[in-house]
Write a protein that binds this ligand. Structure first.
Ligand SMILES: Nc1ncnc2c1ncn2[C@@H]1O[C@H](COP(=O)(O)OP(=O)(O)OP(=O)(O)O)[C@@H](O)[C@H]1O
Length: 346
């Protein structure tokens, strides 16, 4: 049986402006549901590459395939309706209400009023914009973060299998940005989507990407998982690009299960039978960052004293995989430090 084609594939894409190459010979293939983040310094070609995927920019050479089909063989309007597109400037129509903005593409596709009303309500609710309150409002009545969510709802309205996002959180202040990013990551609506997201924010890339494509001067420096780019940089550029954020990126990349063997379970001062239904529990697949946030919700790379003395992890103790085992903050930090040292010298 033939294998399913990638959901989205770029083959040897090149685009010049005058004699200046903006994107040079870039290739990747995404499985359905995968999130690729295009990362790199300003002017490295991220937006040009993204816009070639839905034919807002035509390549000088190379091909884009959607589910195995060359995009040049698909009428461009149909192609774009099958690919959601979210931009930093949001681009809501000012004289349309929130609900009307969200309904634009389904209306073009000839969906019934009842279908559109149901879908709009569902999406606005999921994006924390209660439709009774926000559906009838106009874009200028909303905050930047709320407008950004409407932009996302609009891109998702027709349920496209592919979504392209160009700096979707770029216009927001850092706090709003962090909370919207978390909502975005947890949105059930996006779990099945194949996504390509442009950012120049390294933390954002590590939080959202299955794989990262790091560009410099239009060329691929490395394509791989966040852990591969961090621990096995392909070039000096890749290494230097992440150097300033190295510690905090490690916290996002490493999971509890990766540092299991470094955790001194026998030195634990909390008895196993101290566990009860009120105890905070996390999964071994949680990142160190997520685990540290359980000890202290406002945790950043330099933590203040943790108010939560212990969290519980089921499956931490190989001898008793079904029982929650206590994890303390010093044990976690100590194990993380040992694991990180090992990985850097490996
Ligand atoms: N329409 C255009 N005409 C001429 N040059 C362009 C055009 N669009 C992009 N470029 C050039 O192509 C290069 C890549 O631009 P692009 O916008 O793709 O980069 P980027 O990585 O998205 O940058 P940023 O992070 O600053 O948005 C830049 O040197 C830019 O000046």
């Amino acid at each position: 049986m033939a294998q399913n084609p990638p959901a989205l594939e770029a083959r040897h894409l090149t685009r010049r402006y005058g004699t200046q190459p903006a994107v040079q010979d870039v290739s990747f293939a995404l499985a359905p549901g995968e999130t690729l983040v295009l990362l790199g310094p300003s002017g490295c070609g991220k937006t040009t590459l993204l816009r070639m995927l839905n034919r807002l920019v035509e390549p000088d050479a190379g091909t884009v395939l959607v589910h195995g089909q060359d995009v040049r063989q698909v009428p461009v309007e149909r192609l774009r309706r099958g690919i959601g597109y979210v931009i930093q400037q949001v681009g809501l129509l000012p004289h349309y209400t929130v609900a009307e903005n969200v309904a634009i593409v389904p209306r073009l596709l000839g969906q019934t009023d009842a279908w559109i009303a149901r879908r709009t309500d569902e999406l606005l609710t999921r994006l924390h914009l209660p439709p009774a309150r926000f559906g009838g409002q106009y874009p200028h009545q909303l905050s930047g973060g709320q407008q950004q969510r409407v932009g996302l709802a609009r891109a998702l309205a027709a349920d496209p299998p592919i979504v392209l996002l160009d700096e979707p959180f770029g216009a927001l202040d850092p706090l709003t940005r962090t909370s919207i990013r978390r909502e975005f990551r947890e949105l059930p609506e996006l779990r099945q989507k194949t996504m390509v997201l442009v950012t120049h924010d390294v933390q954002e890339a590590f939080e959202l990407a299955d794989r990262i494509l790091l560009l410099d001067h239009g060329r691929v420096q490395q394509l791989g998982t966040p852990a591969e780019l961090l621990f096995r940089p392909a070039t000096a550029f890749v290494r230097e690009f992440f150097a300033a954020d190295f510690l905090s990126l490690q916290l996002r990349v490493l999971r509890l299960q990766d540092i299991l063997s470094y955790l001194p379970l026998e030195e634990n001062e909390t008895p196993v039978n101290a566990y009860n239904s009120e105890s905070t529990t996390i999964s071994p697949t949680a990142t160190i960052q997520d685990a540290l946030q359980q000890f202290n919700p406002s945790f950043t790379a330099t933590p203040p004293a943790p108010p939560q003395p212990v969290v519980w992890v089921r499956g931490l103790n190989p001898a008793h995989p079904d029982e929650p085992a206590p994890l303390t903050y010093p044990a976690l930090m100590g194990a993380f430090a040992r694991a990180a040292q090992q990985l850097q010298t490996a």
